[in-house]
Design a protein around this ligand. Structure first.
Ligand code: SAH
Ligand code: SF4
Length: 361
């Protein structure tokens, strides 16, 4: 059944007209879905009973069911586990930060890319998420944490490779950044990719893809190590990737984020840091580097470097005047940290509904 959260504004208007309704119904629907974030059609009080009944019979409003959530005692981040209609599950992480709140969304069940340090990809790709499933992560989380804790930032860094689900992710970004819909600022939305070169180029050439921030998972400063960690690097080589990134038409204030998972004795040596600095070379203003100490998971083949080693790597980059920061992942105690999200199977009868009250501080 159709879910209205899968429509961008143009499509919503077109659909409304197809039902023989006036155009302003699209505006009303948008208000209820995206501003008020209601959970049922009954709450849409300025729509006639007939329209509400029609919507109830022919469309669905929610596509995710909350299975459970965990709140980190360390930093207040909350991980949500949702059940999709076909029984698969995905996760979303709400991250409260000083002055703003960030949501880390998933774009696929599993992932086909196969990075050797990542938990999400262990069973490969199950399927792409629909636009509605991506958007519902935002809307339902916002409702659960309370509308007063507005989610202003979205990072596409949950389960999956966003650019391998291009069309659905693009439409989700359109909905997020459209003032008539979720109305987020373009600069507060970040798409993180493992570096699929032709998809990155496509995104920048696509005039209907809102210009948001790009993050690219580099994870090594030489081709051999990168290929060992990310098999995708065999065909999307480090050299070609950097050449592409160096030539993208990036707007001022939209530095590309280079993500670098620090793994003990694999890519965390001082020489790796120097090589990374040389790789960036004269394009320092174009990038910032996000260092992520590896998060172990059951059976993971790698280890996390100690803090001193991480700091040394960080310092070397600063010596070259490269903007770099360390992201000690949020939600470590609830395994919501980067690379720890993974699909689970949940039977329908295990799904429970939680009230927003249970999540308020
Ligand atoms: N597929 C996209 C986005 C999801 S992964 C991508 O690869 O960019 C988001 C980030 O988590 C990536 O930068 C990835 O390198 C990092 N990551 C994956 N597994 C990790 C782990 N075990 N520890 C720390 N970071 C990890
Ligand atoms: Fe996929 Fe990103 Fe994990 Fe690589 S790091 S396997 S691209 S989710």
């Amino acid at each position: 059944m159709l879910c209205l959260k899968g429509f961008n504004y143009g499509e919503l208007e077109r659909w409304v007209r197809q039902q023989g309704w006036k155009k302003f119904r699209a505006k009303q629907l948008s208000k209820w879905i995206y501003s008020k974030k209601v959970g049922s059609y009954e709450e849409m009080t300025d729509l006639s009973k007939d329209i509400r009944n029609f919507l109830k019979e022919n469309t669905k409003l929610n596509v995710l069911k909350l299975v459970t959530y965990e709140k980190s005692k360390e930093d207040g981040s909350i991980k949500f586990l949702w059940r999709l209609e076909d029984g698969h599950t995905i996760e979303t992480v709400f991250i409260p930060e000083k002055g703003h709140n960030t949501l880390c969304v998933s774009t696929q069940v599993g992932c086909a890319v196969g990075c050797t340090f990542c938990f999400t990809t262990k069973d490969g790709l199950i399927r792409n998420l629909t636009t509605a499933e991506i958007i519902d992560q935002y809307i339902q989380t916002q409702r659960l944490v309370g509308l007063d804790r507005r989610i202003s930032n979205v990072v596409f860094m949950g389960m999956g490779e966003p650019l391998a689900n291009y069309d659905n992710v693009k439409k989700a970004v359109q909905i997020m950044t459209d003032d008539r819909m979720l109305g987020l600022s373009n600069r507060k939305v970040t798409i993180s990719s493992s570096g699929i070169i032709h998809q990155i180029k496509k995104m920048y050439e696509d005039s209907s893809f809102p210009q948001v921030r790009l993050a690219v998972s580099l994870n090594a400063s030489d081709q051999k190590t990168r290929t060992q960690l990310m098999p995708i690097s065999e065909t999307n080589t480090l050299e070609d990737l950097m050449e592409t990134l160096n030539s993208l038409p990036v707007k001022t204030g939209y530095r590309i984020m280079l993500e670098y998972v620090l793994i003990k004795d694999v890519n965390d040596r001082p020489e790796d840091a120097h090589r990374l600095a040389r790789l960036i070379g004269k394009n320092k203003k174009r990038y910032k580097v996000n260092l992520i100490p590896f998060n172990p998971y059951p059976g993971s083949p790698y280890e996390r470097p100690d803090e001193e080693r991480v700091n040394r790597f960080h310092q070397i980059l600063w010596q070259y005047n490269i903007g770099a920061f360390v992201r000690w992942s949020k939600g470590k105690d609830i395994s919501a940290a980067c690379g720890q999200l993974r699909k689970k199977e949940i039977p329908e009868e295990k799904v429970s509904f939680l009230t927003a009250e249970s999540l308020k501080r």
